[in-house]
Each structure stands twice: as structure tokens, then as C-alpha cells.
Write a protein that binds this ligand. Structure first.
Ligand SMILES: [Zn+2]
Length: 262
């Protein structure tokens, strides 16, 4: 009950904020945000929505959505009808929350606001649904493989089903001057450096993401590396793809064994 009351209060504030922006101007909307007694957790989100509205109102033909029940903040046009969810933090976002609406309705984008840089990154999360199994979605994956002519390694971009790994296609393959993920993290074995290890892999993935963004419009959301995966005590196992990094919106939405076959 308290949650519902809070939610209604939030929507009321949001309506008034956009009314100030549309009916008056951005300055009075900002003033409203700064002077009104608004909980700081709400303020960050409302500020991001206001900036998004101001920046893309015309370019994306934005209209604020009235019902926040489908996780969208705006509807508009981005290569066709689209909905947008504006956020400052991806930790609370998961593809699962959008899947039903994407299936029933169409394209969704997450507009991630970087408060320091005052910039948005518009994330295309419209991964195609797999035609074969109907369960999974086709995710873009970077796969790094050791090459013979060090310090170069093979870096490929694949697209593969998150449920069974089928339909995998190699989109692009390049020799790149970069370490493999395991070379990069070989010194991070101790439990006390696991955070540093994750951060190192994140930065590495971000760099490769930029590389593929430049080469190709598909932005990778997973990073994998071939490994001998041991399954029994005698050292038996198989060669398969180990996922080393995942984009935060993909947490809990893919079958880790699906990509072994790539
Ligand atoms: Zn499939």
C-alpha cells in the first residue's frame, strides 16, 4: 500500500516536472527539481528523464508515457516505433523485464545517463528471438582465440542463441593486437583481487565493444574465450566457450552452456 502511494506520488511529481518543461521552459523545470523537497533517489531518475526529454524530444519524437507498468518512460520513433527506459544505473535493469513487451509490442531501448559526463548511451536491447527454439534470443558475442603470431590474437563477433547456442554465425573476424582474457587476468588468482579482476575484464570488454561498434553496428554484450572445461576428477572434459564478461542487462537471461557449441 505504501509502495503504491509512493508510486502515485512519484508519477504526480513527474507529471508536474514535464508540465513545467512543456508549458514553461527547461529553466523552470530544473528549478522545480532543485527547490522541491524530492527524495534524492527519485531526483537522479527524474533529472535523467528531463535531460533525455530535452535532448531528444524532437529527434526521437518523444512523448512521455503515462503508465510506467511496462518499464517505459517515453514512446517515440527510432528507426520505427520505439519505447525508451531512462536510467542512471544498470544494476537494477534486466532484459527479462522487457521481454514480454518486446514480444507483444516491439522495440525497446535503454537510455543510460552518465551523470558525470552528462551524456546518454542508447542501448539497443532488441535481440532477435530465435526462430528455431523459440526460447532464446540471438546475442552478439565477442570470442577471443589465441593466434600463432603473438602479440596478435583472433577476435571475432558472433551472434548465437542464448538458449541452445544454435544459429550461431560469425559476423566479423579480425587479428587484433590485444591479450587474451586469460593472459590479462592470470595474476588475479587470489580471492582478494576478484573485484579488480572483474573491473579489468569490464574495461577490456568495453575497449573491444568500441572496436566492434566502429567496425559494425552490432554491439557485443558478452565476451567469451575457448577453454578446456574440466568435468571430472581425472581431468576429463571438453573444449568449450567460457563466458568471461556479461553486460549487466544480461544477468540471469542466458544458459551458460548454450555457447559451448560456437
Ligand atoms: Zn535457439
Amino acid at each position: 500500500m505504501e509502495d503504491l502511494k509512493n508510486f502515485q506520488k512519484y508519477l504526480l511529481l513527474r507529471n508536474r516536472l514535464f508540465y513545467k518543461f512543456n508549458g514553461e521552459n527547461i529553466r523552470s523545470a530544473k528549478e522545480f527539481l532543485e527547490t522541491k523537497d524530492i527524495p534524492s533517489t527519485w531526483k537522479a531518475g527524474l533529472e535523467a528523464e528531463l535531460f533525455f526529454y530535452k535532448k531528444f524530444e524532437t529527434k526521437l519524437s518523444l512523448t512521455p508515457t503515462l503508465d510506467a507498468g511496462d518499464n517505459s518512460d517515453f514512446s517515440g520513433d527510432y528507426n520505427g516505433p520505439a519505447r525508451f527506459d531512462v536510467t542512471t544505473n544498470l544494476d537494477y535493469k534486466s532484459l527479462i523485464d522487457y521481454e514480454k513487451s518486446q514480444y507483444d509490442w516491439g522495440d525497446y531501448y535503454i537510455a543510460l545517463f552518465d551523470r558525470k559526463a552528462r551524456e546518454f548511451e542508447i542501448l539497443d536491447i532488441n535481440f532477435p528471438f530465435c526462430d528455431k527454439c523459440g526460447e532464446g534470443r540471438l546475442f552478439p558475442i565477442i570470442v577471443v582465440e589465441e593466434a600463432n603470431n603473438k602479440p596478435f590474437n583472433w577476435v571475432s563477433l558472433y551472434e548465437a542463441c542464448s538458449y541452445d547456442g544454435y544459429d550461431s554465425q560469425k559476423i566479423i573476424e579480425e587479428q587484433v593486437l590485444c591479450p587474451t582474457p586469460s593472459e590479462l587476468i592470470e595474476d588475479f588468482k587470489h580471492p582478494s583481487v576478484q573485484m579488480k579482476k572483474r573491473e579489468t575484464l569490464r574495461k577490456y570488454s568495453e575497449a573491444l565493444k568500441r572496436f566492434f561498434k566502429y567496425k559494425n553496428q552490432k554491439i557485443p554484450f558478452l565476451l567469451g574465450e575457448y577453454d578446456y572445461i574440466i568435468t571430472d576428477r581425472e581431468g576429463g572434459g571438453y573444449w568449450g566457450l567460457n563466458i568471461r564478461w556479461e553486460h549487466p542487462v544480461l544477468k540471469d537471461v542466458y544458459n551458460p552452456d548454450a555457447f559451448i557449441k560456437i
